[in-house]
Ligand binder design. Structure first.
Ligand SMILES: Nc1ncnc2c1ncn2[C@@H]1O[C@H](COP(=O)(O)OP(=O)(O)OP(=O)(O)O)[C@@H](O)[C@H]1O
Ligand SMILES: [Mg+2]
Length: 321
């Protein structure tokens, strides 16, 4: 859809999600921050990725690798220095500032690490704010705000202010705020960083449900492998570039549902040890001339790929081999 189609307040219904996802294309994006005195930081170095409509993906990578910068480029928080950001049919990098503001309001639901709620307003009022800015009529606003809070499991907390809510509850209000204008695209920047395990899992489930059940495109940046393994694909960032793309099954062999950070790390380490052993055996059998060079080379590349992927994932979880 073009931008003007997303900007019609009539598309906001009181008790449903009408808009499903959009495709996101990031093409050769460069982002340079200027710090004065000629000092520059190159946060993104020609980064390219594509996310399908309705897909949920994770962006992982060490601190400073460019995760937040990437989400900000996609979310229209700031302009890239070079390259293209195309969301559906919208060329985000070319939007003038007044339209960029509308794009953020109507197309993007942005969830931050630190909840970002307005302290003097209660939960319903916080959720209604983006709808006021978007021009949604009052009767629909209130009904929808209540419906959204119900969807995130906060039916009993409607008139609580942020200070009267737990961290997990505040983050769920923040998700309801992000969903207010029924955006096709949800961006979440380390949404569970401030939460304990049980609250983190509730947030993950909500985000994944938005993709699986409502077809929204969801992009989450995280250090948390429990989020990563529940999404369709994992993009590994390093130094402003995509270093690898993985599927959870490749990493966990499918049994991802019950994993904790520690058990996932153990599983990854076991798989790494197995792959390293396979590589040794492959070399040995080539030396013994049991296999030809072509087969050796093909298998060698494959196993090296697995090893690199596992090492990257472990490194992004803070385990260095
Ligand atoms: N507004 C800014 N001005 C100058 N440099 C910035 C700015 N924002 C980010 N950077 C720099 O750009 C690089 C990428 O930062 P970014 O915040 O995108 O990393 P990140 O992957 O989100 O890290 P973290 O995991 O710590 O949140 C870093 O070197 C950072 O210092
Ligand atoms: Mg960040």
């Amino acid at each position: 859809m073009s931008l003007s189609q997303w900007l019609k307040p009539e598309r906001i219904k009181p008790e449903s999600f009408e808009s499903s996802g959009v495709e996101v294309r990031v093409e050769e994006v460069v982002k340079i921050y200027k710090l004065g005195r000629g000092i520059e930081v190159q946060a993104l170095r020609g980064l390219t990725l594509r996310v399908d409509p309705g897909e949920a993906v994770t962006v992982m990578g060490p601190s400073g690798s460019g995760k937040t910068t990437l989400l900000n480029m996609i979310g229209g928080v700031d302009y890239p220095t070079g390259g293209r950001v195309i969301v559906g049919r919208i060329r985000v990098h070319e939007l003038p500032e007044n339209l960029l503001e509308k794009y953020r309001l109507g197309v993007v639901g942005y969830i931050f690490q630190a909840f970002n709620l307005i302290p003097v307003l209660n939960a319903v009022e916080n959720v209604a704010i983006p709808m006021i800015a978007f021009g949604v009529p009052r009767n629909i606003r209130v009904k929808r705000a209540k419906w959204l809070l119900e969807q995130v499991g906060l039916k009993e907390r409607m008139i609580h202010r942020p200070s009267e809510l737990s961290g997990g509850e505040q983050q769920r209000v923040a998700i309801a705020v992000a969903l207010a204008n029924d955006p096709p695209l949800i961006l979440a920047d380390e949404p569970t960083a401030e939460l304990d395990t049980s609250n983190a899992l509730k947030i993950i489930d909500l985000l994944v449900k938005l993709s699986r059940e409502h077809g929204k495109t969801v992009i989450v940046s995280t250090h948390d492998p429990r989020i990563a393994v529940r999404t369709n694909r994992i993009f590994m960032l390093e130094d402003g570039r995509i270093k690898g793309v993985h599927t959870p099954a490749e990493i966990t062999g499918g049994g991802e549902e019950l994993l904790t950070t520690e058990s996932l790390a153990d599983l990854l380490k076991q798989k790494l040890a197995i792959a390293e052993k396979q590589l040794e055996e492959l070399v040995a059998s080539y030396m013994r001339r049991e296999i030809g060079f072509e087969e050796f080379d093909r298998e060698y590349q494959r196993i090296r790929g697995v090893i690199n992927g596992l090492k990257e994932l472990l490194a992004s979880m803070g385990y260095h081999q």
